[in-house]
Write a protein that binds this ligand. Structure first.
Ligand code: AMP
Length: 191
C-alpha cells in the first residue's frame, strides 16, 4: 500500500497536486477540509460543528477529525493506498493516523511537504477566494490566522515524520507540472 501525506501551509497547492497524484497512482483521496465542506453543504451536525472553527480559521478538535478519517479509511477496504491532504494537522492527529495505519499494516510511505513563502501564500489564497466561494479565503484576518495556526500547530507534524525518515521537502513555487514531476520522484523512491 502506498500511503502519502501531502503537507504544506494553506495555499501551497496541495489540492492541485493531489488531483494529479490520485490519477497517476490510483489512490484514495482523504482531504479533511473538503470533507468538512461537504458535511457543511449537507447541513449535517458534524458540518455545523466544524463550521464554527473553519469560519475563524481555527482547527477543528482532534477527536472530531480523527473519527472522521477513521471512518473514511474503514469505508474503503479495497483502497490501493491513501493520499492524506490537509491531515494530519497536529502531532496528536499524526500519532492517531500512525496507529490506524499500523492496524492495517500499511504505514505512511512518505510525507511530501510543499514549501511556499508566506507572501506568495497570501496572494494565492486571495486569488482562489475570487472563485472558491470560501469565506476563509476572502478575509485577510482569517488568512493570517490560518497561516499562524499552521506555523504553531501544524509545522511540528513535519518533524514527526522527519524523525521517521519519511519527510521529503519540495519547492512549491513554479509551474504545476514541474512541481508534480518532483513529487513523483519522491513517491517513486518510497514505493
Ligand atoms: P483546508 O481546506 O485544508 O484549508 O481546511 C479548511 C478548514 O477546515 C481549516 O481551516 C480547519 O478549520 C478545518 N480543517 C481541515 N482539516 C483539518 C484538520 N486536519 N484538523 C483540524 N481542522 C481541519
Amino acid at each position: 500500500m502506498l500511503n502519502i501525506v501531502l503537507f504544506g501551509p494553506p495555499g501551497a497547492g496541495k489540492g492541485t497536486q493531489s488531483d494529479k497524484i490520485i490519477k497517476k497512482y490510483n489512490l484514495t483521496h482523504i482531504a479533511t477540509g473538503d470533507l468538512f465542506r461537504k458535511h457543511l453543504s449537507e447541513g449535517s451536525s458534524l458540518g455545523k460543528l466544524a463550521q464554527k472553527y473553519m469560519n475563524e480559521g481555527m482547527l477543528v478538535p482532534d477527536k472530531v477529525v480523527i473519527d472522521m478519517v477513521d471512518d473514511k479509511i474503514r469505508e474503503d477496504k479495497d483502497a490501493k493506498g491513501f493520499i492524506f491532504d490537509g491531515f494530519p494537522r497536529t502531532v496528536p492527529q499524526a500519532e492517531a493516523l500512525d496507529k490506524l495505519l499500523t492496524e492495517k499494516n500499511a504505514p505512511i510511505s512518505r510525507m511530501i511537504a510543499l514549501e511556499v513563502p508566506e507572501e506568495e501564500l497570501k496572494k494565492r489564497i486571495k486569488e482562489r477566494g475570487k472563485t472558491s466561494g470560501r469565506a476563509d479565503d476572502q478575509d485577510e484576518e482569517k488568512i493570517r490566522t490560518r497561516i499562524k495556526v499552521y506555523l504553531d500547530e501544524t509545522l511540528p507534524v513535519a518533524r514527526h515524520y522527519e524523525k521517521q525518515g519519511k519527510l521529503a521537502m519540495i519547492d512549491g513555487v513554479g509551474a504545476i507540472d514541474d512541481i508534480f514531476q518532483k513529487i513523483c520522484v519522491k513517491i517513486e523512491e518510497a514505493r
